[in-house]
Design a protein. Sequence first.
Length: 310
Amino acid sequence: MAYARVNGLRIAYELVGDDDGGVGGGGDRDGDCVGVGDRAGDGRLWVITTGGRFTRATPGVRELAAALAVDGDRVLIWDRPNCGESDVCFEGPSEPEMHADTLAALLTHLDLGPAVLTGATVGTRVSLLTAARHPEVAAGLALWWISGGPMGLMILGNVYYTASITTAWTRDMAAVADLPDWAGTIAANPDNRQRILDADRDQFVATMQRWMSAYCPRPDERIPGLPDDVARAIKAPALVFRGGASDPFHPRATSEAVAGLLPGARLVEPPWGDREYLERQTEMATAGGLFVRWPLLAPTLRQWAAETLA
């Protein structure tokens, strides 16, 4: 694992498939400049961005990275701000937009890319927003489990922000830092507790409400924060895995609509059954988590990249 300091934040990341045969990238515990671009091989660079507040260590993420990191390819896995070992950050028009700007800055800082930006759930929004806001770092897009629909989006806004808004509003930032929502990132990066304590309460509440409102369904935004006309202007080739008809959180219609918006998109069937997300949710406690079967995506991803990307 390594750290880089970008946009004033310490970001934790790993580079899988580096020339040392494993995870590389250099760097130190203080998050100083990390130089890996001079070790770039001739292969393709991939980025995997998780959803929720899941980290790069979530079972299935590193395994997908290992399945993609063959024939000289390398894969960047990272903890977004507010997740895992990276710093918390309460700035930006929306949280996914802040993540997108951070990812682009990380790739530029490391002298990596352009990259194939892949991800699921929130990771699809981060990938799309990165390609729209920073097209120079996006060689392609690969997306699955795209959140959408009124219920799916409004549930997300509630899950991510309601507890923090209510607690800050009615109590104080110490109570916010004690919420289960922030326990994981504080455990992984103890300095995050002080960053939360140092946040101005009124500004924090305003930011959380702004971030929550970004998930309000809008007729001209299939992806929150990404107007449809902006999505139509994304030039990077895209692979979109069709959503499950029985998945209310990542509706099939949303995946089909996004594939229709992106001019260079190919819509394909996923390597699992219609109820994959629901079944992984049910079995999370006993079967390793939501992402354990992500490595099944690798053959389709690699074949598409070989056929589509230079």
